[in-house]
Ligand binder design. Structure first.
Ligand SMILES: [Zn+2]
Length: 89
């Protein structure tokens, strides 16, 4: 599988670290239920899923990747910061 980093171009997936589903962090004042969902609840679809990947052996960018969990087809890659997921550490 190859991922196309917006900054580096197409690279082997082994340059990247998978960091789980791309989930929007709740605001600081969010209620307990929102935090519970953020920390513990994940979808497990057989199909497209938005994921967070880190270009560990490249530029260090955090990426939001849309990958089909059945076929592994990558349909979209964008910088997490531009996808509203900035601040991932
Ligand atoms: Zn990169």
């Amino acid at each position: 599988m190859r991922l196309t980093c917006p900054l580096c171009g197409a690279r082997d997936h082994r340059e990247f670290s998978y960091k789980g589903a791309a989930v929007q962090r709740p605001d600081e004042g969010a209620d307990l239920e929102a935090w519970h969902a953020y920390v513990n609840l994940r979808e497990n679809p057989a199909g497209p899923l938005q994921e967070l990947w880190y270009h560990q052996m490249g530029c260090g960018a955090w990426l939001k990747v849309t990958r089909d969990t059945v076929t592994h087809e990558i349909s979209n890659v964008e910088l997490a910061s531009e996808a509203g997921l900035g601040g991932a550490a």
